[in-house]
Design a protein around this ligand. Structure first.
Ligand code: GDP
Ligand code: MG
Length: 163
């Protein structure tokens, strides 16, 4: 049975880019429960010799500010409860935002295994944001560039003992 990794974080940090890199064209399962298809995507991931199921969370993109927090909480909790491991992604170029802090609080309260990833980590413009990520209280961030495929070795070494 393969373990499940959920990628969570606010819109536009690069979750789907990482999902696509891990899954490639092997997009396998789409939950067809009403309302679920749009919000959660599931695929079979490969990273080196590791095989696992990955969930991409979406569905927050079109929420206005009033409804964002509640939807975020519900969607994140649903993904986390489906998952064995949670990859929480921030945008290292932007640094930690108040929305990221809300996510971190949700995740700290769940017992799930959390891996923190600071994405868009290519180049020196990300240096400050990577350091800021420590302030989320979720341990050492993995510096990633989902778009350029950088940091995948660090992701591998974090997942390898778990998967
Ligand atoms: P999501 O909303 O979290 O799923 O984010 P997406 O995967 O749709 O990416 C949002 C934007 O960030 C897109 O324009 C991506 O091309 C860009 N992006 C994703 N990963 C990286 C990265 O590692 N570096 C940079 N510079 N841009 C990235
Ligand atoms: Mg997305």
């Amino acid at each position: 049975m393969s373990l499940t990794l959920a990628i969570v974080g606010r819109p536009n940090v690069g979750k789907s880019t990482l999902f696509n890199r891990l899954v490639g064209k092997r997009l396998a399962l789409v939950d067809d429960q009403p309302g679920v298809t749009r919000d959660l995507r599931e695929g079979e991931a490969r990273l080196g010799d590791l095989r696992f199921t990955v969930i991409d969370t979406a569905g927050l993109e079109d929420a206005n500010d009033d409804s964002l927090q509640g939807r975020m909480r519900r969607l994140t909790e649903r993904a986390v409860d489906m998952a064995d491991i949670c990859l929480f992604m921030i945008d290292a170029r932007t640094g930690v935002t108040p929305t990221d802090q809300i996510f971190a609080e949700i995740l700290r309260k769940r017992s799930a295994h959390v891996i923190l990833a600071a994405n868009k980590g290519e180049g020196s413009a990300a240096d400050a944001g990577v350091i800021e990520a420590y302030s989320l209280g979720l341990g050492e961030p993995i510096r990633l560039s989902a778009e350029h495929g950088e940091g995948m070795n660090d992701l591998y070494s974090h997942l390898m003992p778990i998967i």
